[in-house]
Write a protein that binds this ligand. Sequence first.
Ligand SMILES: [Zn+2]
Length: 592
Amino acid sequence: MSTKQHNLLSQASDEKKPRRKKTPTFQVELPVEVSEHQATSLQTNFEAARQLYNAILSLGLRRLQRMRADPGWNRARAIPRTRKAERKEAFATLRETHGFTDDAMQEAAKYLRVGHLAEHIEAVVCQVLATRAYRSLQRMVLGQAKKVRFKSKGRGLGSVENKRNDTGLRFAFVELLDEAVDTPPLSPMTSSSPGVQKGARRAGNHRRRQARQRGGQRSAGFVFWQGLQLRVRIDWRDPVIAHALACRVKYSRLIQRKASSKRAKGADASGFCYAVQLVVEGVPRRKPKHLVGHDVVGADLGPSTIAVVPREGEARLDVFCAALSPKAEHSKAIRRLQRKIDRQRRVANPLNYDEQGRIQKASKKKPLRWNKSRAEVCTQRRLATKERKRAAHRKSLHGKLAHEITAVGNTIILEKISYKAWQKQFGKSVSERAPGMFVEHLKRTVASTGGILIEVSTRTTKLSQFCHGCGACVKKPLALRVHACSCGIGPIQRDLYSAFLAAYLDVSDPDHPLPPACGQYVVPWQGGEARLQAAHAVVLQRAKEGQILPESMAVRRARVRRLESQSDSPLEPAIAPPLLWRHNRLEAWSGS
Ligand SMILES: [Zn+2]
């Protein structure tokens, strides 16, 4: 197709559908009950979706390669970034010519949905798969990814989603005449077909809503897909779920997960369990116990610590997700299973290792073949379950911490950190605690309360180097955990100090926060210093009680423990401990 035709087409489609208004969205996940017979059909559908996705991805990859081989590609790249419009135009033309746009991919996917694939995947779901493939290729174009992954048969596709809730994969309520749970619904949800009058649908909705208010006994939620009608387990007593189900469903996503075993609760014969994620319009329910504060909060996130300093309330320095330490029992169990898998692999494939126990080099002609014993498959399943549990635990800890911070204040200022760089430096701690994920979580929580989370650039603010006493920016080595300036500021734990600096930044323009200036901190520091010292004293007290804390909190474990046996009087939490210079670093030292 020529460029002109493409342009005409895209123009026509632009005119046809004006951009829909964006509305707030959240999602809720509900377990799905699947019978043995339904499980077989579902497996077939998921497999068809996988094949179709791979086909679309492959087609997109070819288009991308052709586009990059085009001489126009290098010409477009040569346009300096300062000439933004021209550069954008050049790339857009290239995309149109080679059919590398979302629309073109959706159009092309039509012709891939043939034969048995067409029987198992609807046109809408196919369009969503095309968009999904396009987005992952787009990451490659933008340099965010090096390659795209095809979904292997073993791993399969984890989810299939739709983009509307009236055709294809969809969620709907069906009225049950009998209150018994196992009764199949008498009339399938026909009211969602376009032919039905709007008024009738509204009346139906009203009746259903009333039934739900009565306790939801008479109407049950179902996922409809390709003739399958899957019952969704709904706990109407849970107010969070009840709130979500009262909102309009935009679209739904069917999730397929490996269960810990075939005998696990809710698993089908091949060890899968299913859930549906409903993407609904509105804002999620806020539990009454989660208060919303209105203070301005400065935060400093370290690989294993978090310092929170509000403008008025109490400051705190905590281990970030303490329960997820690499030394925790759960992480140790995961490590043990990983080692077990390694041993099992060595036993099953002795020829793939050399005398020193290293994996042999594979060549293109003779790739290594790996045998997988049944025991290894079993261990892998157990490992996957442990990891899934840890991820769920992490999410709940993140949520708890986010609510604790939001309860203090809902304007949060923190430094924008490259969590990717952290992964390289503090791999283990970061992979366990996922600080980047936490910031995203906090951002959502704060936004749902009407607040804002502002990430300021480290380059302009340099909070970890700045000293408000003299205005100097001095780089601290990683080992130096205390801010102590010759101008008389400090000594104070550095994370707490930079969180304090963040709390008082001028963020009247959230997109361009101003760098810190000495003047703005004179008044806050008068009360602030005592608050920060108190927060640090709490940490020292905890160390004294025997809690193991990261080095970065400026506590020395061994000495603090020894102190416990020497002194009888416990530390007053409000009194700042004196600090000593030792081995080129400042250390917290209580008593003498
Ligand atoms: Zn200074």
